[in-house]
Design a protein around this ligand. Structure first.
Ligand code: R5P
Length: 320
């Protein structure tokens, strides 16, 4: 990608940009820094012997647009460090502090399903809204909550992986049949299939527990000469994809290619899924050996749109 040559600000001054990475996100930050015409900043992050995080921002960020990159799988190990770093950037005089979280956590807890539960998606959004001026995430699990702006009180962009997924399918799969393992996957499967000009269908899922999932039988009229491509937003336990793959096999179709946006892969998910799939392919929102679809370009476009927004008139009150 070409670097963004015009460093725009509303004051007319060139705007310095600094990208900061939480541990494990350095490669993603480096991929973003060049097209954003940003420098890579540094922060020391340590744990005290008692396990508490200590953060020290080492790069001056006064008046800079700061972008913190932290994908939020396994969020509970990361969130305190992330918030401390955002506070350090505000305290250092950053003009704006944005968060790029290619995988945005807690989005599947988007309703109160049983008495006594909480809608974690909403409360997590309220927490991040307090510390960040904007947010960019890739295909956050928007289902019962239709838009990020319904829960985030700052500009929040949801980057769509479908065009990149469709390009991968078109380049690598002959005569694909796109299959969604459950109703919630319809939005991704339909979008990818339309971009590929390929047929698609969606199965129906019953989840009994995190690890026990049933998927409905596959319609008998599905074209057996096509290559089934299962598409979903997240693979966590892998049980959704595995159950769907088994139903496709029972219907006489070949082993499917399994494509997901977010490679969460809990416990044995990857090895168990690999045993029933012709291939497992994911986007690069969470680093994993299956990452074959790059999303740097649409993420950069979404971030540059955030830079185009007017700067806030005052630093966020929490760090005053
Ligand atoms: C849920 O509706 C999502 O779209 C995925 O289908 C789900 O998160 C997959 O989870 P797992 O891999 O644990 O079955």
């Amino acid at each position: 990608m070409e670097p963004l040559t015009s460093l725009r600000t509303f004051s007319g001054k060139p705007q310095r940009r600094v990208v900061l990475a939480l541990p494990g996100n350095q490669a993603a930050a480096a991929r973003l820094a060049v097209p954003l015409a940003a420098e890579i900043g540094h922060a020391e992050l340590k744990r005290f012997p008692d396990g508490e995080f200590h953060v020290r921002l080492q790069t001056p960020v006064s008046d800079a647009d700061v972008v913190i990159v932290c994908t939020l799988d396994r969020p509970d190990d990361k969130v305190m460090a992330l918030l401390w770093l955002a506070i350090a950037a505000h305290q250092g005089g950053a003009a704006r502090v944005g968060l790029v979280a290619p995988y945005l956590a807690y989005m599947r807890q988007d309703a109160i399903f049983q008495p006594g539960e909480i809608c974690a998606a909403q409360h997590f959004a309220e927490l991040l809204t307090r510390y960040f001026d904007w947010l960019v995430a890739v295909d956050p699990h928007l289902h019962r909550i239709p838009n990020l702006s319904d829960i985030y009180g700052v500009p929040a962009a949801a980057v769509q992986a479908a065009p990149a997924v469709a390009a991968w399918v078109q380049a690598h799969v002959t005569k694909p049949l796109l299959v969604g393992p459950d109703e919630e996957s319809r939005q991704w499967v339909e979008h990818v299939a339309n971009l590929c000009g390929a047929p698609w269908t969606v199965l129906s899922k019953t989840r009994h527990s995190a690890w026990r999932v049933e998927v409905s039988a596959v319609r008998s009229d599905l074209q057996a000469e096509r290559t089934p491509v299962l598409v979903d937003d997240i693979i966590s336990t892998g049980r959704t994809m595995i159950a769907a793959a088994n139903q496709l096999r029972r219907a006489g179709l070949p082993h499917p290619i399994c494509v997901a946006v977010h490679a969460v892969f809990s416990a044995d998910a990857y090895s168990e899924l690999s045993a029933v799939a012709a291939d497992v392919v994911t986007c690069d929102t969470i680093a994993h050996p299956t990452n074959r679809i790059e999303l740097t370009e649409p993420i950069v476009v979404a971030i540059s749109n955030m830079f185009d927004l007017p700067l806030p008139t005052a630093t966020r009150c929490l760090v005053r």
